[in-house]
Design a protein around this ligand. Structure first.
Ligand SMILES: Cc1ncc(COP(=O)(O)O)c(C=O)c1O
Length: 318
């Protein structure tokens, strides 16, 4: 990483360390909390502008980047490596404030999403380099290292190491969930069933629930063959969870158990929800649903399972 970039960033983040600057919640961004089975609630983050829970993290990162002087509209370009939902969220958040966005997106990611990102004006960088074998990380690092020479001023949010993403889910997704649960007095205890990519939403939402006083149990869902805590990963089709690195933003002290799911169990759960309720959720939400449906049958009265519909099933082939 070039010195100019990293020193500015370190200074600014040191100046801001420990703060939880306010980023106003967008009231229109509130997503529904729906009962999808007895003792099983699902928060429909797929209805978030930007299409997923990641849009909340992206919005906070961009807003705080501007507040901290790390992103200067008219001068800076935001750059990130992402194949999916964080990129879409960044595209919207950057558009809101008139800041250009460059994404290094691996070639294996959904072509539909790629096209959609282009519609949003995103510059998808390094496609030829990746065709020749470079990784998205290498593409991004090359741009950062050439920033001085090319006269560009980049801000790299680095979603895997950015604690603002956790705060986004504590202060926005989690706070909203807490307010929605308050309208359901029958829910006295919560069992959160979630997966982890970066770990940001699991940590943030769990913190908000605990802070609100809910006795909380957390089940981490992972694809069969992965052992996330040990850093063991296999290739799997549940795009977005267990992505090949130990989730750096996951607070393991919040996790009570880990449960594995096969892609076919996830697909069955996806089909069940489409058939029974008419909602077509994405693969990671379906994996958590498979676990949640089994769990809900043995939850005691007063305890509700909570799931996140991370994104829409239409992004992926069935
Ligand atoms: C569809 C989907 N599910 C789950 C996750 C995991 O979310 P987090 O990064 O907050 O752990 C992601 C992250 O990109 C995602 O895109």
């Amino acid at each position: 990483m070039p010195e100019a970039y990293s020193s500015t960033d370190k200074k600014a983040s040191a100046a801001c360390s420990g703060e939880k600057l306010e980023v106003p919640n967008n009231p229109e961004a509130a997503t529904a909390l729906r009962q999808i089975a007895p003792r099983l609630l699902m928060k429909f983050e797929m209805d978030q502008a930007g299409g997923s829970h990641k849009a909340r993290a992206a919005r906070r990162v961009v807003r705080l980047g501007i507040a901290r002087g790390l992103i200067i509209p008219g001068v800076s370009t935001v750059i990130e490596k992402t194949g999916g939902n964080f990129g879409l969220g960044l595209a919207l958040a950057c558009q809101e404030v008139g800041v250009p966005l460059e994404l290094a997106m691996g070639l294996s990611f959904s072509p539909v999403r790629r096209e959609y990102l282009r519609w949003l004006g995103v510059n998808l960088i390094g496609e030829d380099e990746m065709r020749q074998g470079k990784t998205p990380r290498e593409v991004l690092e090359k741009r950062l290292s050439q920033a001085g020479a090319s006269g560009r001023s980049y801000h790299y949010p680095d979603q895997f190491n950015n604690h603002d993403c956790v705060d986004a889910h504590e202060l926005s997704t989690g706070a909203e969930l807490v307010a929605q649960l308050a309208d359901r007095p029958e829910v006295q205890r919560v069992h959160l069933v979630a997966c982890a990519g970066t770990g940001a939403h699991l940590t943030g939402i769990s913190r908000a629930l605990r802070q609100a006083g809910y006795p909380l149990v957390v089940t981490l869902v992972e694809p069969e063959g992965c052992r996330t805590q040990e850093g063991v990963f296999v290739d799997h089709p549940l795009e977005g969870m267990s992505v090949g690195v130990k989730p750096p933003l996951l607070d393991w002290s919040l996790v009570h158990e880990t449960v594995s799911v096969s892609p076919s169990d996830a697909r069955d759960a996806q089909a069940w929800l489409a058939r029974e309720r008419g909602y077509w959720v994405g693969r990671t939400a379906s994996a958590c649903l498979a676990v949640g449906l089994r769990l809900a049958q043995r939850l005691p009265p007063g305890t509700s399972g909570v799931l996140i519909a991370y994104d829409h099933g239409g992004w992926y082939s069935p």
